[in-house]
Design a protein around this ligand. Structure first.
Ligand SMILES: Nc1ncnc2c1ncn2[C@@H]1O[C@H](COP(=O)(O)OP(=O)(O)O)[C@@H](O)[C@H]1O
Ligand SMILES: Cc1cn([C@H]2C[C@H](O)[C@@H](COP(=O)(O)OP(=O)(O)O)O2)c(=O)[nH]c1=O
Length: 211
């Protein structure tokens, strides 16, 4: 069974973490080996870079260079080997988040992100870039997301941004989805948890990865 790569995307509070664990469990119950990971992070080095990105004030290009450095280590040491083994790789955020947060949120020139994407995601020993086979986009209005996070723990650097920032982030996701409709599946994240889950299952079953 060849591996497949699913990324979970959406603004903070959209519901990614709520569903990624549950999908991992269902896939394992149906006999898949699952690698569940996240970005920035997923390796000791990438997690150290994550801590810097989430805590330190820095300019957009610095942020982009750090998240892509984390991604390179993550791809080389976790994602590519897992796919080669035939695992189902579930990743909480990937490169679309760079376009949404550094591109949309921070206003970084998208051509810089495209260059980093080409350098970092070149497949080892094969043509083309490593992209998810499916991106589940939890689409939620920033105002609703802010409500969900209002009682949460102390916000990290991004969660402390104003709603206007998350509007730009959401627009960044919408642009990426419009550019690659074959890879994106938009989930209406404003629904109840169960309704979002049902929509997610329909998409994953539609790919033939779940009974
Ligand atoms: N469909 C939903 N309706 C209402 N609240 C939700 C829903 N999905 C998740 N939540 C809650 O919203 C908060 C953010 O969810 P989470 O899965 O952590 O989002 P993310 O990982 O996208 O930041 C959590 O408190 C979670 O319990
Ligand atoms: C992967 C990635 C994440 N981010 C940001 C988005 C998030 O606010 C933050 C990661 O935090 P997040 O995924 O929300 O983790 P948690 O649920 O523990 O808060 O990093 C970027 O700015 N660029 C990226 O390329």
């Amino acid at each position: 069974m060849s591996g497949f790569f699913v990324s979970f995307e959406g603004i903070d509070g959209a519901g990614k973490s709520t569903h990624i664990e549950r999908l991992a469990q269902v896939l394992r119950e149906q006999g898949h080996m699952v690698t569940l990971t996240r970005e920035p992070g997923g390796t000791p080095l990438a997690e150290r870079l994550r801590a810097l990105v989430l805590a330190e004030k820095m300019d957009a290009l610095t942020e982009a260079l750090l998240v892509f450095a984390a991604r390179r280590d993550h791809l080389q040491t976790v994602i590519e080997p897992a796919l080669a083994r035939g695992d189902a790789v579930l990743c909480d955020r990937y490169t679309d988040a760079s376009y949404a947060y550094q591109g949309g949120g921070r206003g970084l020139d998208v051509s810089v992100l495209a260059t980093l994407e080409r350098w970092v995601q070149a497949k080892p020993g094969a043509a083309g870039l490593r992209q998810p086979d499916l991106t589940l986009w939890f689409d939620l209005a920033p105002e609703l997301a802010a409500e969900r996070l209002s009682g949460a723990r102390a916000p990290d650097k991004f969660e402390a941004e104003p709603v206007a920032f998350f509007r730009r982030v959401a627009e960044g996701y919408a642009r990426r989805a419009a550019e690659d409709p074959g890879r994106f599946a938009r989930l209406d994240a404003a629904q109840s948890r169960e309704a979002v889950w049902d929509e997610l299952l329909r998409v994953v079953r539609g790919k033939g990865w779940l009974r």
